[in-house]
Design a protein around this ligand. Sequence first.
Ligand SMILES: [Zn+2]
Length: 254
Amino acid sequence: MPLHETDAFVLRTFTLKEADKVCVFFTRDAGKLRGVAHGARRLRSKYGASLESFTEVALVYFQKENKELVSVSDCEIIRSQFFEGMSSELLGVMHYLAELVIEFIPDHEPDERVYKLIAATLESLRGSTRSQLPPIVRYFEIWMLKLAGFFPDWKYCSICHRELMQEPSVWLTNEGAPQCASCSRMLGDELGSIEWRTIQEILTQSPAKFLSSPRDEYVINQIGYIAMRLISRVLERELRSYEVLDRLRPVETC
Ligand SMILES: [Zn+2]
């Protein structure tokens, strides 16, 4: 069986049987995958702290044919996200961001943009103040929506191609395409011009650059409400297809 080596972020771990853990990874080379770390629950496990959420690891694994779960052979810490005195808010944020990746990103689809997004977001989180946490979370949510097909072309109305920058409001269709007032007939999710401009900044700036300007709390909250609505819409759509997939796919372990 060939061994695969790739950098990866640990997203979540579950207990499997007495001594083992199942881990969800986002790998650089193979996208999201689930693997069994044998013996990871033992007291003196070779994995140590490498399976904590968002630890970046050098992962070595092998995959048996027709098995849904890969087997973790080695997992060395490249960079741990945990530090002494880490706030519960920060832990909560990291847990939520990991959930978004697990829910939004399909298995086995490598995507360098996702890997870089996680790396850059974690970098910003490390140096963040408490008041910077909401803008970072909004940044990540908007990018998850973008990767799910929202905001396909955010410069122009998707019907009449009018430039949207000057419009007082923009409306999003159910599929996430932006439209001007007259094309949308004001139906859909309305975004005010400041919110729309802020979303454009998210989509064109690194997290560090986005955080370098002070962000109005009200605008960030408004984007949060919109993002929450859009995320639940995407997940309902996805969850229905996952249910069908799950019925077709027997659960297999190593
Ligand atoms: Zn239009």
